[in-house]
Design a protein. Structure first.
Length: 211
């Protein structure tokens, strides 16, 4: 029994230490940028030692990756929470898109996920992260909408990539001070335009094969 309690306690301490490092790193990466932030500042802000940092993360880039992964997971969680209440697949896509923009409005998030993330980790790594989180929710939503006949049957990967790029661009513009409602309304119309026209044969075709 004591061993179980000890193991649980060790797991809790490990999780707490990682969370403190990630939170401190996020704050500094947003305030100063990745390049201008040093590991001594991070551990000082977290109230930990450099030994604790390197016990959990190989280097600053590994810590940055953990920050980005958590941000992406938080975005996906918000999308699923809001879109999950929709009964209509097309409505779920619109709600999910708005949820993405809501989530990306958190200070520093566009910088971490859309600017510094690709610069520090590379496009391939960011695409993989997105594929586990926000990009996954969009792809699943589009797939469900196609299968239900709510939207035209189109190449799923291409449609996901293009819509994701549109939402990313909107998030960056809004973060820079653009009219958020204008982007939301326009993106909603863009999604609605995927609805099959009357007599559209694509509505009766099976979804395209996944690649």
């Amino acid at each position: 029994m004591q061993q179980k309690i000890l193991r649980r306690s060790n797991r809790e301490r490990t999780a707490e230490t990682r969370a403190r490092l990630i939170a401190a790193a996020r704050r500094l990466f947003v305030e100063k940028s990745y390049g201008e932030t040093g590991t001594p500042e991070i551990v000082a802000s977290a109230g930990l030692t450099r030994g604790a940092l390197y016990h959990h993360f190989a280097d600053k880039q590994a810590l940055f990756l953990a920050v980005v992964e958590k941000e992406a997971a938080d975005v996906a969680e918000e999308i699923e929470r809001q879109a999950g209440s929709a009964l209509d697949p097309l409505d779920a896509l619109v709600k999910g898109g708005n949820a993405f923009l809501d989530a990306m409005a958190k200070p520093g998030r566009t910088r971490l996920l859309l600017l510094d993330g690709p610069a520090v980790l590379g496009r391939a790594a960011m695409d993989a992260i997105d594929g586990r989180h926000g990009g996954r929710t969009l792809r699943e939503g589009l797939d469900a909408a196609m299968r239900s006949g709510a939207i035209r049957s189109l190449p799923l990967d291409a449609l996901t990539a293009l819509l994701a790029a549109a939402y990313d661009r909107a998030a960056l513009a809004i973060a820079a001070g653009a009219d958020a409602q204008a982007f939301r309304d326009t993106l909603a119309v863009l999604v609605e335009s995927l609805r099959p026209a009357n007599g559209d044969l694509s509505r009766r075709l099976p979804p395209p094969a996944r690649r």
